[in-house]
Design a protein around this ligand. Structure first.
Ligand code: NAP
Length: 289
């Protein structure tokens, strides 16, 4: 029997998870198909309930379902409980277990791709949405020394800063304004873009949340945006002489962790990264210059 895996989202056409997960399944000789399902929020409960079938190994979950699926699961792990969000569901003989591998993927990419150890470092987070929350929780666990959260909607930044303070981290919220950012960036060892600024098809695809002269050459700039692979922020950071890390490695590492939970096999990382990078490059070529 061919096993079934996949991803649910709404919309879902943009996802490249089917490309790199199928490449991994094929490489490992696993008889399984990884699909993409566009599921509206009002259908998500029924969809998840239907995952208890024997042929389903599990699924990934993306926007807007990461919180909404939780009531339909039998159990969630610590990371998912803390984040209040699930990105991976595993079907263990009819029991549905929710996991969140985003924080793991973020940290692994930071260490392996960025060569950065977060403990004791000062961090500037740009954005305060779902991704920023996962990033803040991961960095707080690692014992960073200081956190600044900058966001267009200040109360959302304040809520994240408060979350970090409640875990003993010195943290402050600031508006996403050029003046404030200039001051905040100077002292940062790590700057993470968790906004959708610079994302293809997003609200500001050609924009950058920081300008070249605001980026310290001693910092690492980590852009969670992976479409395009090279964002305006990463281009500015490279010109400023800073270290740079794009979002594609995080995407692949969080997917690799899901793969290992579903299959019990080591994920073929180079195969997944190569397939994901090729898919993103093809998308960029389709968009044209
Ligand atoms: P989200 O929950 O919708 O949050 C969006 C964030 O961007 C909010 O902070 C929002 O500010 C800000 N924003 C949106 N438009 C803006 C604008 N025009 N000017 C200033 N700020 C703006 O989205 P998310 O799920 O956190 O995702 C954020 C980004 O991370 C996306 O590009 C996503 O693709 C990427 N991501 C990557 C990975 C990976 O594996 N690499 C994983 C997760 C997410 P307000 O609060 O003011 O609205």
């Amino acid at each position: 029997m061919t096993s079934v895996l996949g991803i649910i989202g709404f919309p879902i056409g943009h996802s490249i998870s089917p490309v790199f997960q199928q490449a991994a399944l094929d490489h490992c000789g696993i008889d399984a198909t990884y699909r993409a399902w566009e599921v509206s929020p009002d259908q998500a409960g029924d969809f998840v309930t239907g995952l208890r079938r024997a042929e389903v190994l599990g699924i990934n979950v993306t926007v807007p379902h990461k919180e909404g699926v939780i009531p339909y699961l039998d159990e969630v792990d610590d990371w998912a409980a803390e984040a209040g969000a699930v990105n991976t569901i595993v079907n263990r003989e009819g029991r549905l277990i929710g996991h969140n591998t985003d924080g793991y993927g973020f940290l692994r990419a930071l260490r392996e791709g960025g060569g950065f150890q977060p403990q004791g470092r000062r961090v500037l987070i740009l954005g305060a949405g779902g991704a920023a929350r996962g990033v803040v929780l991961a960095l707080v666990r690692e014992g960073i020394s200081r956190l600044l959260v900058a966001n267009r909607t200040l109360p959302r930044a304040e809520a994240l800063a408060q979350l970090a303070r409640s875990r003993g981290i010195l943290a402050q919220a600031i508006p996403l304004s050029w003046n404030q950012l200039s001051l905040a960036a100077v002292e940062a060892h790590l700057i993470v873009n968790c906004t959708t600024i610079g994302m293809a098809h997003g609200p500001d695809p050609t924009g950058t949340p920081l300008l070249l002269h605001q980026i310290p050459p001693t910092s690492l700039v980590y852009d969670l945006v992976y479409n395009p692979l090279e964002t305006p922020l990463l281009r500015a950071a490279a010109r400023a002489g800073a270290g740079i890390l794009g979002g594609i490695q995080m995407l692949v590492y969080q997917g690799a962790a899901s793969f290992e939970m579903w299959t019990g096999m080591a994920a073929p990382l180079p195969v997944m990264l190569e397939a994901a990078t090729r898919a993103m490059s093809a998308l960029a070529a389709d968009r044209g210059p």
